[in-house]
Design a protein around this ligand. Sequence first.
Ligand code: CS2
Length: 495
Amino acid sequence: MTALTISTASLKNPPKNVKCPSYDRSTLTEGILHIGVGAFHRSHQALYLDDLIESHGVKDWAIYGVGIMPQDEAMNNALNSQNCLYTLIERSGDNSSARIIGSLTHYVFGHRDPEAVFAKMADPQIKIVTLTATEGGYCFHQGTGELDLTNSGIQNDLKNPLKPQTIFGYLAEGLNRRRKAGIVPFTALSCDNLQGNGHVLRKTLLAFCAQKDKELAAWIEKNVSFPNCMVDRITPATTDAEREFVRSTYNLDDAFPVVSEPFRQWVIEDDFSNGRPPLEKVGVQFTSDVAPYEKMKIRLLNASHSAMGYLGYLIGYRYIYEIAQAAEFTDYLRDLMDVEVTPLVGDVPGVNLCDYKRTLMERFSNAVIKDQALRICMDGSAKMPKFVLPSIVEQLERKGPIRRLTLCVASWMRFLTGKDEQGADIPLVDPMADRLRAVAENSGPNPRPLLELTDIFGDLGQSQRFAQELELLLKSLYEKGARETLEFCKKTAER
Ligand code: CS2
């Protein structure tokens, strides 16, 4: 049987086992503009909005999607050939469910057509701009927390405001047009894995705007709200295997489906200066303080991911579920979370941390979503300072245990040489890849030259205790290999 191509027309006669929007998409208006329509946005935020439209008839919060990176071309082609519809598959064990999401109603490739993005940002109907720009997209210096004005994207955006490359150029131009036209600004909501993501966005955007127009910066400071939020859903990158799964299981021909785990969570600070969708109706938690939730998620989930990714890859695993299920990782991951991270997390309202960690291990072990170790290992220069290093800093302050967290950093440093233990190439995906590889290759088991990169390590490189731990573990990774170093760590780390 020929597979059905996804489009508005095919929604009229969809496969029986696929849930489709029952609402008329032509009656929706777009209240949200989202920058960074990748797998995560499509498995998370777009689903919440789809639920809201489907179950509560809310029609004025459809999403206008934007891609600003050159590599978003494939998403642009796929979505625009499918009327912005796509299949979301949730998988766990033998269960799989498919749903076509209708809440994304436009997709524009800002990299080619920035003017369309500015015009939409200036449209009073847009009340919120949401962002998934990745951890590295905020271009701030780890040591100081200040916007990195030497970043080439930032420099471009200051010189060429109408041809921006970063979120800052787009937000500044869009907000400036609203200001000049006397339109209330939109709320700017970061949906990235950064602690205090709203605070970070506010600080970096104000610093960017102050470089070009002090009045604009002052107007934004006074009028724009930047809520913090915690987002969670493990969503692997789409590969041909997922396309094939959708075709063979659901008889759908989708150029860019997305596969995720069933779990999802979104906790948002209720601070929207220009209205918001009633997302509490579909399971979003609104609170006055997101900080405990963010800290729990980033320090436990994301850091454990990094700890599994680099070390697991060096040992030879390629998928996160293989690592989470491997007996050699069980005690390491448990103690990393229980001994080195949990004491820093504190109380999280309504959450039992033991249950939370147990659920994390079940989620990591999900074998059917096939989350790639290499997805986790991407962009380590941006993730390490957000997920792992802050816990080491806090443990050093309280003279607590750091060996398991330090092993994560050491395995990242070993990974950065771009060669695994058998001498095979490791594909390094990181904006700083060339620089990091060069330093890692030259310095080998000596971590000090990498530690001197203050844009990643801040002041942490000056801690003798941390440097010595790192030396010990990195030397062992080079001399004895990843598997033996993991055993050594398990045996010797403080409890
Ligand atoms: C992962 C996250 O990229 C990473 O390193 O830890 O993408 C993770 O899967 C999500 O934050 C889960 O919500």
